[in-house]
Design a binder for this molecule. Structure first.
Ligand code: SF4
Length: 387
């Protein structure tokens, strides 16, 4: 059995709330970063006491996500990383990522993050056009995004991920093409491309309902995605997951753990954890509200809001859902070995139909999406999950 684990730390604070965002984050001008990191460290200490078996796991990856983790003062990030290292065994060559909003960093801050032990940045550039950034309410400018990449390199980061969003209000294919040209010219080790989705309980959702938000037609969004695949692949990036591309060997190791169904522990407001067990695994998640989270930790050392044991059916469905997100697909031998069974009939029938229609295929003993399937992967995977 694999004896490694990934650690996720959630930082639920942002400077303002972006109009499309449904992540667990609140807008604050004064982030209580010291108190919050204290709470996370206390939660960690409590869990280690409750689950001493965790001490034997090697931490392979640490991912500090949000929200806007780059609002956290570097000495607190250092305390956080040292706190993890004191409580757990670190793997050799550990990947330690922090998400960075270009509107919140300076050369000094990035150098201090590097000194604190961070070795990978995930930069939320989102667009390299002022019009594009404005259309999605980002706080930073193109100049700040470009400077952030420059600062990162100067600070010694040799593993950068850049996130971009396409299908934004009023965006034309040529504008997206220009974003791709810019990102390719920066040569980051990793590039993520996400299509804008309109989530419930966001400002964009309300504007859309009132007919006040004009986003590109579905066919145009598919054309943008296809353009991204073609341009990034022909520039040497390996398309390894629906939204993710990397230079050789530089995939996100932390996120790959999720797609492979490997164990992770989450600390912080709303963070989720997953542990494998002799049956189908156990999941738990924390209180979402940052202030209630901190209060719960203060009162009892933990802030678990719910937990569940997975049934075999849920574990199978999750394995299918996550496995198909990887371009390599699902290793069917490994899948059968893990579940000691074939896929149930209702999935076999659907898979057969999708194969006939050219959306799925078998390749090297893996079940995977075809190019045609990748372009409509969300609809396809959702349909497959409906039983
Ligand atoms: S910066 Fe990120 S987490 Fe914060 S509101 Fe914007 S999209 Fe959401």
């Amino acid at each position: 059995m694999n004896n490694t684990i990934g650690v996720y730390i959630h930082i639920p604070f942002c400077m303002t709330k972006c109009p499309y965002c449904d992540f667990n984050s609140i807008a604050l001008s004064n982030v209580p970063d010291e108190d919050y990191i204290n709470a996370v460290l206390r939660e960690m200490a409590f869990l280690v006491k409750e689950r001493p078996d965790l001490m034997h796991k090697r931490i392979e990856t640490i991912y500090i996500g949000g929200g806007t983790p780059s609002l956290i003062y570097p000495p607190n990030i250092k305390r956080l990383i040292n706190g993890i290292r004191e409580r757990f065994i670190s793997s050799e060559g550990q990947e330690i990522t922090i998400e960075v909003n270009p509107g919140t960093v300076s050369q000094v801050r990035l150098s201090q993050y590097r000194e604190a032990g961070i070795n990978r940045l995930s930069i939320g550039a989102q667009s390299f056009s002022e019009k594009g950034l404005k259309s999605i309410g980002r706080i930073h400018s193109v100049k700040e995004a470009l400077s952030c990449i420059e600062y990162a390199r100067k600070a010694g980061f040799d593993n950068l991920g850049i996130d971009l969003i396409f299908g934004t209000p009023g965006q034309a294919l040529a504008e997206w093409d220009s974003d791709l040209t810019t990102v390719i010219s920066m040569r980051p080790e990793h590039i993520s491309v996400y299509s804008l989705t309109i989530e419930q309980d966001t400002l964009f959702y309300n504007l859309m309902a009132e007919g006040k938000l004009l986003i590109p037609h579905e066919d145009d969004v598919i054309a943008m995605y296809e353009l991204a695949i073609d341009r990034l692949e022909s520039s040497g990036y390996n398309h390894y997951e629906i939204s993710n591309f990397s230079l050789k060997g530089l995939e996100s190791r932390h996120n790959s753990r999720y797609w492979l169904g490997m164990e992770y522990i989450g600390f912080g407001a709303g963070a989720h954890s997953y542990f494998s067990t002799p049956d189908w695994g156990i999941r738990w998640w924390n209180e979402r509200d940052p202030y209630r989270y901190m209060q719960n930790i203060k009162d009892s050392g933990q802030a678990v809001a719910g937990r569940e044991r997975l049934t075999m059916e849920e574990a199978l469905s999750e394995g299918l859902f996550l496995g198909l997100r990887k371009m390599k697909g699902i290793d069917m031998e490994r899948f059968k070995k893990r579940f000691n069974t074939e896929l149930p009939d209702y999935w076999m029938k659907k898979i057969k139909v999708f194969k006939t229609e050219g959306f799925l295929e078998d390749k090297d003993n893996h079940l995977r999406l075809t190019r045609k399937g990748i372009l409509i992967s969300n609809e396809l995977i959702t349909d497959l999950m409906l039983v």
